[in-house]
Write a protein that binds this ligand. Structure first.
Ligand SMILES: Nc1nc2c(c(=O)[nH]1)N[C@H]1C(S)=C(S)[C@@H](COP(=O)(O)OP(=O)(O)OC[C@H]3O[C@@H](n4cnc5c(=O)[nH]c(N)nc54)[C@H](O)[C@@H]3O)O[C@H]1N2
Ligand SMILES: Nc1nc2c(c(=O)[nH]1)N[C@H]1C(S)=C(S)[C@@H](COP(=O)(O)OP(=O)(O)OC[C@H]3O[C@@H](n4cnc5c(=O)[nH]c(N)nc54)[C@H](O)[C@@H]3O)O[C@H]1N2
Ligand code: SF4
Ligand SMILES: [Mo]
Length: 574
């Protein structure tokens, strides 16, 4: 049985059994349990680029490398923009080359950097919560994570638990939960503070934990009490009794909180996640069996990464593609996935742009030069997961002379520029594997702890005690919710192009509307959705919705803020 792992940016990081032209879930893997999802089940339906292209004309790989070399030599400002089309560790090998020629790399992300910082501010380290602890819990709170779509291998682990979903959408998981808090978007910080108030009012905080492992609890107590019950509950848009009931459940049961990306696509995303973590710390949910808070975990913890380089960097969400002579785009489709599409497209048209990827996607179609990449079956790699503790090896299983791996491209460029400090590919893979821990027959993360934080935190847990938030001044009629689609992975595979609107919007299925914000506008086809609140519309990642999202980073300069916007709708005139 030949085995590899799914390379896609997904919590599940499935273990894959390879047969030529067929991929199957590994039946022996404790998390994958023998099944994959639409994306890998249909992997071969999406055809890979077969040739390099220069301004639309097919050219050889050698010619493509000649053009790239020439362009690098004649460009002053070079951007290396790497996305998450494949999250194997070897993707980052190209950072070595681009940093050494003085190119600008990115910092922060379009994804989870806001929440990651919020966790670090409180706990110091963002450790993965192992599956076993989720299994041992009694109450599971799914907070802004759409497990049914983005993390569905976790569903069997939730069986028999009291399930609470906190999400502005009535997701399928919410329909099957004991309780669904269908809050107004962007009110999670307030909800976390209200829950903390109920705990505090009844003196049910974990005094021993607070005394031993935290500092400045008094400031936190003042902070949560600055949120007045009635106006705050009105803002959250749910019944006060429901909040009180959830607080009771958290006091009584061993609780795990599964926090997703949905809560932190905002300017104050860091503070939202920190407020959820602070609530958990007040209840003493760290370092105990069957308890904990899981966000997208930090896979680089305690890992000596040979591709970590010093370089000039620009905040990824704020990249101005037009400010560079040459934009080298790898494993990304920013013409769809980056905020403020119009600005991205104008920028790419202004600069000389190179796409190194798998598909003839929107960014490849705009690019001057396209270089085909090998897919995950055609090169060697190693796969960490941000959702669970297992690490998988990804051996090379197929040949493909028509494309290059990231390592091959880097080696070519290093040679052409007389840089000789690249090691053999094997050495890099081994450098990663030798740092892994073993649990039975499986590799796990170097930072794996059976019960995270059971030895306490390095520094005392630091509660949230202030937040800056100016959103209420924004105009626009509807909140925008823009999460992940079921059968896509951001812009890859089967996208969902529709704008979903509430039943009372006065629109009908098939209507075309112009969605607009201060950042731009775009025409989309409407679908009615009963699962929405009246104050929100929804468009999935991979749709055209980024025409209206802000080209800005969050308050700390790290993360994209796709939902820090309100939109207006206007029916397109026939
Ligand atoms: N509106 C909205 N926008 C979003 C989001 C959202 O929720 N809403 N989510 C954001 C988030 S969280 C993320 S992570 C980003 C992701 O956005 P991107 O980083 O753009 O990721 P993808 O769309 O998955 O993939 C982009 C490209 O990667 C290439 N690729 C795949 N495998 C390989 C490989 O092995 N090698 C190379 N060189 N290329 C490869 C393919 O050509 C593919 O077209 O999108 C962000 N954009
Ligand atoms: N099928 C599929 N799986 C994927 C991906 C994909 O594109 N498709 N992308 C992968 C990537 S890159 C990532 S980062 C992960 C992210 O996966 P998730 O963590 O699940 O994140 P999202 O899908 O962005 O949003 C999750 C939920 O947050 C809710 N939400 C939106 N706004 C708010 C809010 O203000 N408060 C609360 N409480 N909830 C809110 C949304 O309604 C949605 O149900 O998924 C990965 N897995
Ligand atoms: S996309 Fe996620 S669920 Fe689907 S096969 Fe890959 S890791 Fe598994
Ligand atoms: Mo992401």
């Amino acid at each position: 049985m030949k085995k590899t792992a799914c390379p896609l940016d997904c919590y599940d990081a499935c273990s894959v059994v390879y047969e030529p032209n067929k991929l199957k879930g590994n039946p022996d893997h404790p998390f994958t349990r023998g099944h994959l999802c639409y994306k890998l089940n249909h992997y071969f339906d999406y055809s890979q680029l077969e040739s390099a292209k220069y301004r639309g004309q097919e050219i050889s790989l050698e010619e493509a490398l000649d053009i790239l070399e020439e362009k690098i030599k004649t460009s002053d400002e070079i951007l290396h923009y790497r996305g998450s089309g494949n999250v194997g560790k070897m993707q980052a090998v190209s950072d070595l080359f681009f940093a050494s020629i003085g190119a600008t790399l990115t910092t922060g992300s379009l994804c989870d950097a806001a929440g990651q910082l919020g966790i670090e501010q409180g706990r110091g380290k963002n450790l993965i919560l192992p599956l076993e602890q989720i299994q041992k819990s009694e109450l599971v709170i799914v907070w802004g994570r759409n497990i049914g779509y983005t993390n569905h291998h976790l569903i069997p682990f939730l069986e028999g638990k009291t399930l609470v979903v906190i999400d502005p959408i009535k997701t399928n998981l919410a329909k099957n939960a004991a309780m669904h808090i269908q809050l107004s978007p962007r009110t999670d910080l307030e909800l976390a503070c209200m829950l903390a108030r109920f705990v505090y009012m009844q003196n049910k905080e974990d005094e021993e934990f607070i005394e031993e492992h935290t500092e400045d609890f008094d400031f936190y107590a003042d902070f949560i009490q600055s949120y007045r019950m009635v106006p705050t509950t009105e803002k959250i848009g749910v019944d006060l009794l429901d909040i009180a009931t959830l607080a009771e459940l958290m006091i009584d049961l061993k609780s795990v909180i599964l926090v997703g990306n949905g809560v932190q696509k905002y300017a104050h995303g860091t503070e939202v996640v920190r407020a959820i973590d602070s609530l958990a710390a007040m209840l003493g949910l760290f370092g105990k069996e069957g308890c904990g808070v899981s966000f997208l975990g930090d896979t680089s913890l305690m890992l000596d990464d040979p591709f970590k380089v010093k370089a000039k960097r620009v905040a990824k969400p704020e990249v101005d593609f037009g400010a560079y002579d040459l934009c080298f785009i790898q494993g990304a489709n920013p013409a769809i996935t980056h905020p403020c599409t119009q600005k991205v497209v104008e920028g790419l048209q202004k600069s000389f742009s190179v796409v190194f990827g798998l598909y003839d996607d929107e960014t490849a179609q705009l690019a001057d030069l396209v270089i085909p990449a090998k897919n995950f079956l055609q090169k060697e790699d190693i796969r960490f997961s941000y959702g669970h503790e297992f690490v998988e090896l990804m051996p090379k299983l197929q040949d493909n002379p028509k494309a290059l791996s990231e390592y091959e491209l880097t080696r070519e460029l290093m040679e052409r520029f007389g840089l000789d400090d690249l090691k053999e590919e094997r050495e890099y893979i081994e450098h990663f594997t030798k740092q892994l821990k073993k649990r039975g027959e499986y590799y796990v993360l170097p930072s794996f702890e059976e019960i995270p934080y059971s030895e306490g935190f390095e520094e005392p847990f630091c509660f949230i005690d202030e937040v800056e938030d100016a959103f209420d001044r924004l105009g626009g009629e509807y909140f925008l919710i823009t999460p992940k689609a079921k059968n896509a992975i951001n812009s890859q595979f089967k996208r969902d192009p529709y704008l979903y609107v509430p039943l009372q919007s006065g629109l009908s299925d098939g209507d075309r509307v112009v969605v607009s914000s201060q950042w731009g506008e775009v025409c989309m086809e409407v679908r009615l959705l009963a699962e929405l609140r009246d104050d929100s519309v929804l468009a999935y990642s991979g749709s055209a919705i980024n025409h209206v999202t802000p080209p800005r980073a969050d308050n700390h300069g790290n993360n994209a803020i796709f939902q820090e916007v309100k939109v207006n709708l206007k029916k397109e005139s026939q």
